[in-house]
Design a protein around this ligand. Structure first.
Ligand SMILES: Cc1cc2nc3c(=O)[nH]c(=O)nc-3n(C[C@H](O)[C@H](O)[C@H](O)COP(=O)(O)O)c2cc1C
Length: 390
């Protein structure tokens, strides 16, 4: 191993947005900053040109003026929003608490580093100089963390970029990219954050095609090949949930699913319903579905055919975003026998193709379903707004 992977992974997974644990009293030597910037400058750069410029701000008056701009550019909004969500258990409460602290204390942080680059983004989508700064700024965060310093990636100031440029004499042909408050951290123990697992957000070969059990071969039925479709809905989760939890509703949108009725009276984990399906290859069939997750406004999941050894695993998730909700609909084949089992037994050499065809067909049905739910939810969300914090 060229590096101790445990240690490099610890660095990569525990470099957090540090705000409330920034040590406001301990000075940060310029020498350490320059050392870290030298490390950061090793990051890839478009055209192999040296166009990044790092602005280190330590003067108390300048920091105070910058902090005022940060607050008027959005920091005050964070403080007001935190006051509203404080104590409510809102999914963003902890992040808001931390961001509010930074907004109120930015001038007290020993150093503020502004990462900039020569050039103005022309919006062309071409990778260019401007896109050369982010990876370097993140390297700076990593280099700081490995020396016991912390930072937080912030961009609110960009809402007042012209005022910031005036304050700091930044030329008009320079883009500001990220503002990093830098300090020694209080304690060195930071934990990995909860993030979505790789197998849920990594597609293989085609958009949306997942693999539950990684394999280096073409996926077999038992490898858990799946499909995920996602759509952002301009409505809060509670306005989408009635459609997501209506087991009959997808029949409006699917060319295979014909409808469903509850077998057990109450929806909830362990409850069952009967789904009716039809397609050209298999004709009509019915399948019992077993609910495996049922969290109102959040998750609705079921296994089809057999609870423990399902023909397929299905799941809706409602993920709150700022101002919207991401509706995810996922399906994983198997591991139990499914409608594909007979076809695979008859043509074992075509297994991968049979699976890929099924993924393609399911993607189309599931896409129509989430688009249909989106249209319904957005038409009924009415005056309640879009679930934004503001
Ligand atoms: C593009 C971008 C802009 C951000 N802007 C701000 C900001 O202006 N203020 C702030 O307090 N945090 C900002 N953040 C930090 C995120 O909110 C932070 O990553 C989040 O709180 C999660 O913390 P973690 O990275 O430690 O998991 C920004 C992050 C990114 C990637």
């Amino acid at each position: 191993m060229p590096f101790p992977v445990d240690e490099t992974d610890r660095l990569l997974t525990t470099t957090r947005a540090v705000r409330r644990r920034l040590d406001l009293d301990r000075p940060v030597p310029a020498e350490v900053l320059l050392e870290c910037i030298d490390v950061a400058e090793q990051a890839p750069t478009g055209g192999n040109q040296s166009s990044r410029r790092w602005l280190v701000i330590r003067d108390p008056e300048t920091k105070a003026a910058l902090a005022d701009l940060y607050r008027s550019a959005g920091g005050d909004w964070i403080t007001n929003t935190y006051a509203k969500v404080k104590g409510t258990g809102h999914h963003n409460e902890n992040a808001m608490r931390s961001a509010d602290y930074l907004a109120r204390n930015l001038e007290h942080v020993p150093v503020i580093v502004l990462a900039t680059i020569y050039g103005i983004h022309d919006g062309s989508g071409r990778p260019g100089l401007f896109d050369s700064v982010i990876q370097a700024a993140w390297s700076l965060c990593l280099a700081l963390r490995s020396r016991g310093l912390g930072s937080a990636w912030t961009t609110l100031h960009l809402n007042k970029a012209d005022d910031v440029a005036n304050l700091l004499d930044i030329p008009a042909d320079v883009s500001q990219v990220v503002l990093l408050p830098v300090a020694w951290t209080i304690g060195e123990d930071f934990s990995p954050a909860v993030r979505q697992p790789a197998e849920e957000i990594t597609w293989f070969e085609r958009w949306g095609r997942t693999l539950q059990h990684p394999t280096d071969e073409a996926p077999a039925h038992e490898d858990g090949a799946g499909v995920t479709v996602e759509v952002d809905v301009n409505a809060p989760p509670e306005d989408i949930w009635p459609y997501v939890s209506d087991i009959d509703l997808p029949a409006q949108f699917s060319d295979e699913f014909q409808g469903a009725e509850w077998i057990s009276p109450e929806p909830g984990i362990g409850a069952t319903f009967l789904g009716r399906n039809h397609n050209e290859r298999m004709g009509n069939w019915e399948v019992t579905c077993h609910i495996t997750a049922y969290e109102e406004n959040r998750t609705f999941a079921w296994n089809s055919a057999d609870l423990e050894d399902p023909a397929a695993q299905w799941r809706f998730d409602l993920v709150p975003l700022a101002g919207a909700t991401r509706l995810r609909f996922t399906m994983v084949l198997g591991p139990g026998p499914s409608g594909l089992t007979a076809a695979i037994a008859a043509m074992p050499d075509k297994e991968a193709k049979i699976i890929a065809n099924r993924q393609k067909g399911q993607t189309a049905n599931m896409r129509r379903c989430v688009e249909g739910i989106k249209a319904l939810a957005e038409s009924t969300t009415g005056e309640k707004g879009n679930g934004d914090l503001a």
